[in-house]
Design a protein around this ligand. Structure first.
Ligand code: ZN
Length: 303
């Protein structure tokens, strides 16, 4: 279903997928994965590249699961890094709050960038020309890449087969949800034959995927606290993928050390870290997202 010049290396929820273009003139990578798994990322890329060079790394957006490994990929392959225009000020300042790094208990290695990608720009990747399309919502600076002839969309976290990247509550939340909705409308109008998402396998049932996201957005639009609770659960699940496991006894201390949990508790829940931790663990265990064993919590589907 994909042209032979496009290799999709499907990863997991801690590491974004890698889209590798092996072109006649240059080899280009979209998204670099998480910092602590950078060795795996480099090995997977070398398996595909062989002796060939990597000429460029481009990010769909600058969250840790997509750009955390940028610096390591550049060290390994010597390639320049291109990031979306809207991310440039955050990366330049290494704004660990706006980038959801320290603020959300995530990690990434600081990197510099060599060029910016503007919505509307056409990028040559894999011998094909891709239009850059703004994809605000999950990340207000995110972009997608669209090939009109092949009708292939590289969606980043704007659309997965079952869902989309979290939108934060707090000031501007309804604007962010509206932006996510508008991005889905944009995707619907493009009518892709196939979507290569930031996480999960490429898929063709695009309308079904959009419908799932729209109903979720509708539920969040009606209830900011529901959105806040969902975001906390996603952030804790993500941290568990990074850390491997957490001692339940030390969970309140962990939550106290990551600013997002205290901020959200003060704004919406008023539980304190003991009770907040219990609520999150109970709900995550009930939904099957985590497993409790021997006083520790583990991600249900590690790696
Ligand atoms: Zn992602």
């Amino acid at each position: 279903m994909l042209p032979p010049s496009i290799k999709v290396i499907v990863r997991d929820w801690l590491n974004a997928n890698h889209v590798l273009f092996l072109g006649p003139d240059e080899n280009v990578l979209v998204d670099a994965g998480y910092v602590t798994h950078a060795d795996t990322t480099i090995r997977l890329l070398r398996e595909q590249l062989g002796e060939r060079a990597l000429h460029r790394l481009v990010n769909t957006h600058c969250h840790s699961d997509h750009m955390g490994g940028n610096a390591a990929v550049r060290r390994a392959f010597g390639c320049p890094i291109w990031i979306p225009e809207g991310e440039a000020p955050l990366i330049e300042a290494w704004d660990t709050r706006a980038l959801w790094i320290d603020y959300a208990g995530q990690r990434a290695e600081r990197f510099g960038f060599d060029a910016i990608v503007r919505p509307g720009a056409v990028l040559a990747m894999g011998g094909l020309e891709w239009e850059t399309i703004a994809a605000p919502g999950h990340d207000m600076g995110a972009v997608m890449f669209w090939h009109v002839g092949e009708r292939i969309l590289i969606s980043g976290d704007a659309l997965w087969q079952r869902g989309f990247g979290i939108v934060l509550p707090g000031p501007g939340w309804s604007d962010r949800l509206a932006a996510a909705r508008a991005t889905l409308e944009k995707i619907r109008a493009l009518d892709p034959r196939i979507v290569i998402p930031g996480h999960g396998e490429p898929f063709a049932q695009v309308e079904d995927a959009i419908a799932v996201c729209e109903s979720r957005i509708e539920a969040f639009e009606a209830d900011e606290k529901k959105l806040a609770r969902y975001v906390l659960k996603v952030m804790l699940s993500f941290a568990l993928l990074d850390l491997g496991s957490l001692d339940e006894v030390s969970l309140p201390g962990y939550l106290a050390g990551v600013p997002l949990y205290g901020d959200y508790d003060r704004a919406w829940f008023h539980l304190g870290f003991d009770e907040l931790g219990r609520m999150l663990v109970n709900e995550l265990a009930r939904s099957g997202a985590i497993v409790r064993s021997g006083g520790r919590i583990f991600p249900a589907a590690p790696g």
